[in-house]
Design a protein around this ligand. Sequence first.
Ligand code: OOB
Length: 529
Amino acid sequence: MSVLIDGAVGWPEELAAVYRERGYWRGDTLGELLRSWAERSGDDIAVVSGDERVSYRELDRRADVLAAGLLDLGIARDDRVVVQLPNVPEFVVLLFALARIGAVPVMALPAHRRAEISHLVELSGAVGYVIPDVFQGFDHRTLAAELDVKHVLVVGDPGEHAALSAITGEPRELPPIDPAAVAVLLISGGTTGRPKLIPRTHDDYAYNARASAEVCELTKADRYLVALPVAHNFPLACPGVLGILGVGGVAVMAAAPSPDVAFPLIQREGVTVSALVPPMARMWVEATEWSTEDLSTLRLLQVGGAKMDPDLARAVPPALGCAVQQVFGMAEGLLNYTRAEDSADLVENTQGRPLSPDDEIRVVDAEGQDVIPGEIGELLTRGPYTLRGYYRAEQYNATAFTPDGFYRSGDLVRQLPSGHLVVEGRIKDVINRGGEKVPAGELEDLLLAHPGVAQAAAIGLPDDTLGELVCAVIVAAGTPPKLKALRAHLAELGLARYKQPDRLVVLDELPLTAVGKISKRDLVARLGA
Ligand code: OOB
């Protein structure tokens, strides 16, 4: 097993050799890829954001200038930098600048707050934190001031910190970066306890984006709307920004995925493809009833992150005038897509099939034995772009992977003879709130910190709009707190708002399993009706 950077586990050499031989891993780094794209596409537009249009050549130049500036500042190879930017061109420039110097972005989401960010800084040992000044009413500079991180760089008004725009240097020849090294650290939503970091290498992430672009049949005529937060794997590399730049198309940045922001951009920029979570796809469909924008350029809408209702899958094409694609993916790696040639039945009723011919899929029972084909079991996977271990999580890795390196996804699926997967549920303790992942354990720990909470269980309850709502079930210590007070308490502790409970249920006692653990299954059965 190779070590990628301190604390990250790589693929065994025999498998790595196979992945190279089959052309999945081409030995390119993200930094070099941008250079070759700039040589190919020159003055073509790469990124659009508001009135700003950045050509491939200009993106390449900005990445060089920033890379030199970061080096001059003292940020070096293998250093980690927590990046918490909304959908702005600076995100793209920074991603490539860091890649060129071999420093590693930790992809925080804009909605993260002190609890998540301080954890990410600590876990990654980050030397830098890059933020907007104020985004959606939240002043990131105030949060940054509370953290123990050497460099805070701000897009916009820096206040007491440094402006990212001031980090410039004379472009220079840089030492080569190993394509097998970690390019980005993505955040897991699917793990027990605090979020884990997912190391993705240049080789594997470049393949992830390139192969996804092929499946989506992207060409340079495509214009991809970055509607979801760009730091998320889906809009970043499935095929997302990296995929569209790889074919010479245009990435159009949207400040938010809502129809009032997205539709005018689709019309103005002639957007052809975008990616959404199911609740937002539903909003787009509904908004077509009254919207006046011309959406006729749209040819493909990808929907994933949470299970899409077949009715919604059927409603997208007539309402939006485009094809729909189901995407069942995970930041850990494995991506499943429905294909253009799939029947309507497969597109509407399955979550797609694996991206790579070398994605290995097992569906196993509680004992880890393969189920009879077609039956439901846990999805295990291994392949050319699926992680072999979380970053700095040795103990956790011992159970999150099989001894032969399959990742235990925690998702319950069944596989059709065609290879398509149907997601049937999950065994991991995570709530999927409309595609946003809420690790139950993380929420429970913070609930227990409230003096009025003696015991706590966080569960997902079915919801028509979001798929699942976050429900806190507690046993009170003394007078039971109200939901509003608990939410205020969690905000005080710096938990992202999307992880806050939508509902509160107070019980005299929590049901237990035979081995004395809280039985969430019983709770969901009791409260979910
Ligand atoms: C995407 O990535 P993550 O890391 O935020 O979440 C992964 C988990 C999966 O393990 C599964 O539980 C759930 O989200 N999920 C779906 C799904 N897509 C993701 N469950 C049912 N149906 C689907 N279509 O969510 C992600 C990453 C890349 C592309 C798309 C989504």
